[in-house]
Design a protein around this ligand. Structure first.
Ligand SMILES: [Zn+2]
Length: 61
């Protein structure tokens, strides 16, 4: 089995991990009903549906 020849330095390790932080804290997907951008696994705020099923009515002001 391949084994690293040298211990990874703190600098190198931390440089590698500099990209590990979650940079997009909300995952956006297109609503399958109205194609608006919505948060993943959330009810669409534009049309009030989730996975094609109506969850609540949109009250227009
Ligand atoms: Zn929608």
């Amino acid at each position: 089995m391949a084994v690293p020849k040298r211990k990874t330095s703190k600098t190198r390790r931390d440089k590698r991990r500099s990209h590990d932080a979650i940079q997009f804290n909300v995952a956006l997907v297109r609503c399958e009903t109205c194609a608006a951008w919505k948060q993943r696994h959330h009810v669409c705020h534009e049309c009030g549906t989730y996975r094609g099923r109506k969850v609540f009515d949109i009250e227009e002001a």
